[in-house]
Each structure stands twice: as structure tokens, then as C-alpha cells.
Design a protein around this ligand. Structure first.
Ligand SMILES: Cc1cc2nc3c(=O)[nH]c(=O)nc-3n(C[C@H](O)[C@H](O)[C@H](O)COP(=O)(O)OP(=O)(O)OC[C@H]3O[C@@H](n4cnc5c(N)ncnc54)[C@H](O)[C@@H]3O)c2cc1C
Length: 374
């Protein structure tokens, strides 16, 4: 590993251990946005990991971003998802935004995706919200159903095209744009710190120059740029949470004893077998993600299929691994001190984050039977 890579990754490791981890219980209990964790990550250079060095970024690749998300997810699922969404949006801005904005994003300007809508729900590739040319720019009207970091980030936003054929057009939308509102606050089952709220746009006007890519070119941007980054990083986040669950459940099995028998939990073959299954499932998801990254890096023809598989696999596996972690740790797992119940709740988001596992299975099934995906 070059010094440049190892320096940033070891600094992020320190930030994860010293700041992200200690803040995680508060993010979960209070639904608090993890500001201290994100400030420290920005200061470490993490926001610009995927941005070019010419705009102040680190110029690293998806493999290193996956490493970062996995490391952060071991401490705090909310922070990992905020950073994964930042990287997904930043990847679009790196390709289509002006240099000044790319510089800000690489430094400390948090960004996110605002794709999902109340109308088309998890079918993010088919927005029903509109963009209309007006004298002062482009008017957006939308009911976005979810945007991670809704009150804290600026948005990479989808709408129907202005005038062109095609399913969508992508925009950069500052959250301070007049006409945008974020109703209510996020009070979710898991990832409680990540401010995943709806965003409404009513006659919100942005400059026409905020268009990212061609009018009607949104589908291509979603599939070629966003899908690989988001799917890989979502998988990495699930894997980080599985790693944390294996470590915490194993520690509990070592450290907790039946005093009357003079034996720790790990003396029970069933407990060891559950832990073994957790380890095997975690390694399977990790190996598939590693192979997916190799497929992308070497331009293998199965790269897109692997991308879909790795998100489905890691999302489903993490749910199963956390079910087992709850079993291994018994009644103690229902309380906070073992540290698995937060992971149990946080992992569940991966299966319903679009493309949801059901949609991925449909796509993968179509691919293996030689059908078009759309
Ligand atoms: C914590 C969290 C953070 C999020 N952050 C963001 C964000 O930053 N930006 C963003 O754009 N979105 C975000 N989302 C939204 C997410 O990507 C999905 O769009 C959303 O979770 C879908 O919820 P829904 O109720 O609309 O699902 P629905 O679309 O109503 O789906 C309901 C069920 O139907 C299944 N289903 C749907 N279509 C099919 C199909 N074709 N075949 C088989 N089954 C199908 C689904 O798998 C699901 O089980 C976030 C979601 C969560 C939970």
C-alpha cells in the first residue's frame, strides 16, 4: 500500500475509534446527527477520498472507499451511511459539476442523494417529480420520500426531464434553496442518527447551470455512476456491522460464564456453531465484495451482475448474522451493554434501501435468464 493510502486509512481508523464509536450511542438514543464524527472525518480528508487530487481530494478508488465505510460501520451505522451517501453523490459531482463545487465537496461540503420519491417509491429510476424551465432558472416540484442527511447536506436530485426524451435528469440542489422543506424529523427503527427525512420542493428555483449531465441523461448517470458506488458501499457498511457483531458476540461468549457450572458460554457447542455460522456468512459476503471490486477494476464482463449480487448478499446476510448475534448473546442482547441490538436494528435498512433486495433478485433473475433488466 502506498504511504498516501495508508496514511489516510490509518487516520480514519483513529477517528473511527476515538470519535465515531464514542458518539454512536448518542446518535442512536437521541436520533442525533453525528456532527462531531463527520467534522473529524472531514478533517481527516475522508470527504474527498474519491475526489481527484486536482480538486484537493485523495484520488483513491472504490476499494479504499469500501474499506473506509466498513471501518466506520463497525463503530456507527448511521455515520457510515451518511458517508456512503456522500460518496455516491460526490461521484456524480466529480463527473459533472464545476471545479469550485468539487473542491468544496472534497473538503467538507456534505452531499447526498435525493432520488426516492413518494410517487415512484423505491423505483428510483422513474421519478415522477418535475423540472420546468422558468425565466430565473429551473423550477423543481417534488415529494422526495427519503434523503439521508436531509437537513445537513446538499442534494444530487432527480426529476423528470425538462424537455428531452428519457426517464430523468439530475440536478445539484443546495438545501437552502427557497421552496424546499424538510417536514418532521427522522425517528426510525435503525440508523437513527442519519436524518433520513422527506424533502418537499414547491416551486423551488435553481440555476439552469445546476443541471448535471444531459437533459434526459439521468438514467445513464444512475446506472453507470451511482449504482456501483452506492451498492458497493452499502455492502461494505453491512459487512462492517457484521464484523462488529461477530467480535462483540464472540467476546460475550468468552467473557460471560455460568458460575454454577464454572464454564463460559463458549463451552456450549450450539453457541460455537452459531458463531461459526456468523463468521462464515460474514466472510462469504466479504469475499463476494472483494471479487466485485476486482471485477470492476479489471473491467470483467460480469462486473454489473457482481455489483447487484454484492448488495443483495451483504444486506440479507447481515440481517441473518445479526439474528444469530442476538441468539448468541441471549437476554443480555436485549439491553444496550453488549452492543449488538443497535447493529441488529441498523443492519435492517440495507434490504429496503433501493435497489431493495427484492428488486435486486428480480434484476439478477432477469440477467441469469437472459432478459433485459428494464
Ligand atoms: C435509513 C434509510 C435511508 C435512506 N436514504 C436515502 C437517500 O439518501 N436517498 C434516497 O433517494 N433514498 C433513500 N432511502 C430510500 C430507499 O432507497 C428506498 O427508496 C425506500 O427505503 C423504499 O421504501 P418504500 O416504502 O418506498 O418501498 P416500496 O417501494 O413501497 O417497496 C415495498 C416492498 O415492495 C418490494 N418491491 C418493490 N418493487 C418491487 C419489485 N419490482 N419486485 C419485487 N418486490 C418489489 C420492496 O422490496 C419492498 O419490500 C433511504 C431509506 C432508508 C430506510
Amino acid at each position: 500500500m502506498s504511504n498516501r493510502k495508508s496514511d489516510i486509512l490509518s487516520e480514519i481508523d483513529r477517528v473511527a475509534r476515538e470519535i465515531v464509536g464514542p458518539f454512536a450511542p448518542k446518535a442512536d438514543a437521541d436520533g442525533a446527527f453525528p456532527e462531531p464524527s463527520l467534522s473529524a472525518l472531514a478533517a481527516s480528508g475522508a470527504f474527498g477520498l474519491l475526489s481527484a487530487e486536482s480538486v484537493g481530494g485523495k484520488g483513491l478508488g472504490l476499494r479504499q472507499a469500501a474499506e473506509v465505510i466498513e471501518r466506520v460501520a463497525r463503530e456507527c451505522g448511521s455515520t457510515a451511511m451518511i458517508l456512503a451517501m456522500h460518496y455516491s453523490a460526490a461521484a456524480v459531482l466529480e463527473k459533472y459539476a464545476p471545479e469550485a463545487l468539487r473542491r468544496e465537496v472534497a473538503k467538507d461540503r456534505l452531499v447526498t442523494l435525493a432520488f426516492s420519491e413518494a410517487g415512484s417509491r423505491s423505483h428510483f429510476w422513474a421519478p415522477v417529480s418535475t423540472a420546468t424551465a422558468v425565466a430565473s432558472g429551473v423550477r423543481l416540484d417534488a415529494k422526495k420520500s427519503w434523503a439521508t442527511s436531509a437537513r445537513h447536506a446538499d442534494y444530487v436530485w432527480s426529476s423528470k426531464p425538462l424537455a428531452a426524451e428519457g426517464a430523468s435528469t439530475i440536478w445539484f440542489v443546495p438545501r437552502t434553496t427557497a421552496g424546499l422543506t424538510v417536514p418532521g424529523r427522522f425517528d426510525g427503527l435503525g440508523l437513527r442518527g442519519n436524518d433520513s427525512a422527506p424533502v418537499l420542493a414547491t416551486a423551488a428555483v435553481i440555476p439552469a447551470a445546476n443541471q448535471l449531465g444531459a437533459d434526459g441523461g439521468g438514467f445513464g448517470i444512475m446506472m453507470e455512476t451511482v449504482l456501483p458506488v452506492f451498492s458497493i458501499l452499502n455492502a461494505a457498511s453491512s459487512i462492517g456491522m457484521m464484523e462488529a457483531a461477530v467480535a462483540r458476540a464472540a467476546e460475550h461468549a468468552k467473557a460471560t460464564s455460568f458460575e454454577h457450572l464454572g464454564a463460559p458460554l463458549r463451552e456450549l457447542p450450539t453457541i460455537r456453531a452459531y458463531l461459526a455460522r456468523m463468521r462464515v456468512m460474514t466472510d462469504q459476503a466479504k469475499a463476494l465484495l472483494g471479487d466485485t471490486l476486482s471485477a470492476i477494476e479489471s473491467g470483467r464482463p460480469d462486473a454489473t451482475l457482481r455489483v447487484l449480487e454484492s448488495k443483495a448478499s451483504a444486506g440479507e446476510t447481515s440481517t441473518a448474522v445479526l439474528d444469530l448475534a442476538m441468539r448468541v448473546c441471549g437476554g443480555a442482547a436485549f439491553r444496550k451493554e453488549v452492543g449488538v441490538e443497535r447493529l441488529f436494528r441498523d443492519t435492517r435498512a440495507a434490504t429496503v434501501m433501493a435497489p431493495t433486495t427484492d428488486v435486486l433478485y428480480d434484476f439478477i433473475g432477469k440477467a441469469v435468464t437472459g432478459m433485459d433488466l428494464f
